[in-house]
Design a binder for this molecule. Structure first.
Ligand code: NAD
Ligand code: TYD
Length: 340
């Protein structure tokens, strides 16, 4: 089995590459990543010397490059993590979200059609469903929930999903799609809420909480996401969408306070700032389909998972301090200038 995993130098992709390389020593794993600001080869250190692992730098939206690569490697499977992934960046500059998330996906799909594939898997997000109201805790996203996006990011992901499913229906391409809730865990880039709060709290810096901090996210440990994708690519039904989430809903304020408590830092660091435009109120997944069809169950509860994650950030300060001292510091100053 030869797999191309795209975006394997990012947060979830690098966790998934490590999972696959270690669990399936007889699979050839090719990590294809453009190494944008979010891609970091440090994330692959634990597997970079393994004989079944190879890294290739390249752009999923570069048609000539992708077709040459498929011609040469003839992969059996493609798992597409590569994306622009940050909502705030998509609000500031939507265009590269269309290029990578939509056109990158269609380029990969066309290459799969031309060279043949046993499985194409699209890593999508629960954000394609839009949001749920805070006063209806009985409501959850199922695979039948209509797509109803809010941000340029979620619109680009929904668009990509529609192309993936259209290529199944029109051309019979063997595809699956997964839509997961918010992930947390090792190698999470510090522009996202949890690592941003951990790194800034450790430096006794102000912690920007958008609006009133009442928005709810359904947090899933990245290892549980990787295990779910492993099950879907091997046992999932072609043409199907699988939602992934573990019923760990928390308000942003609860998450921030949990981190402050674990680090023994004062709540006075919290600073309520201007809200994100179009900010989704609540995400919550109904994972019944993947649980009943594929026997998936998350191993982590948020309380233990977040404690382990905080410990990982304490043990790997060089990893995130390197990021904070580079190009990212300009982003933070620009993005938060009018907020903090
Ligand atoms: P990330 O931003 O950490 O990583 C994205 C990776 O894609 C980076 O390594 C980057 O270099 C690479 N990349 C970007 N553009 C590329 C291109 N044109 N060609 C090749 N590589 C390119 O993202 P993440 O948080 O790990 O998310 C991975 C995937 O999972 C995304 O598709 C995202 O939509 C989806 N997802 C994320 C979450 C979450 O909570 N982070 C939840 C559900 C779904
Ligand atoms: P984020 O990690 O960007 O993920 P997503 O937008 O995909 O859910 O944000 C998680 C939540 O935290 C979201 O409701 C926005 C909020 N948030 C803040 O309050 N402050 C911040 O500085 C960031 C980055 C996010």
């Amino acid at each position: 089995m030869k797999m191309i995993i795209t975006g394997g130098a990012g947060f979830i992709g690098s966790n998934f590459v490590q999972h696959m390389v270690n669990k399936y020593p007889d699979y050839q794993v090719i990590n294809l990543d453009l190494l944008t600001y979010a891609g970091n080869l440090e994330n692959l250190k634990p597997v970079e010397e393994k004989p079944n692992y190879k890294f290739i730098k390249g752009d999923i939206a570069d048609r000539g490059f992708i077709f040459n690569l498929f011609e040469k490697e003839k992969p059996d499977m493609v798992v597409n993590f590569a994306a622009e992934s940050h909502v705030d960046r998509s609000i500031a500059d939507p265009e590269c979200f269309v290029r990578t998330n939509v056109m990158g996906t269609t380029t990969l799909l066309d290459a799969c059609r031309s060279y043949g594939i046993k499985r194409y898997h699209q890593v999508s997000t629960d954000e394609v469903y839009g949001d749920l109201p805070l006063d209806r805790p009985d409501l959850f996203f199922t695979e039948e929930t209509p797509l109803h996006t809010s941000s340029p990011y979620s619109s680009s992901k929904a668009s990509a999903d529609l192309f993936v499913l259209a290529y199944h229906r029109t051309y019979g391409l063997p595809v699956t799609v997964s839509r997961c809730s918010n992930n947390y865990g090792p190698y999470h880039f510090p522009e996202k809420l949890i690592p941003l709060i951990i790194s800034r709290a450790l430096a006794d810096e102000e912690l920007p909480v958008y609006g009133k901090g009442e928005n709810v996210r359904d947090w899933l440990h990245v290892a549980d996401h990787c295990q779910a994708i492993d099950l879907i690519i091997h046992n999932g039904r072609e043409g199907e969408v699988y939602n992934i989430g573990g019923h760990n809903e928390r308000t942003n304020l609860e998450v921030v306070k949990t981190i402050l408590k674990a680090l023994d830092k004062p709540e006075s660091l919290i600073r309520f700032v201007t809200d994100r435009p179009g900010h989704d109120m609540r995400y919550a997944i109904d994972p019944t389909k993947i649980e009943t069809e594929l026997g998936w169950k998350p191993r982590y509860h948020f309380d233990t998972g977040i404690a382990q994650t905080i410990q990982w950030y304490l043990d790997h300060q060089d990893w995130w301090k390197n990021i904070l001292s580079g190009e990212y510091s300009n982003y933070f100053d620009k993005m938060y200038a009018s907020r903090l």
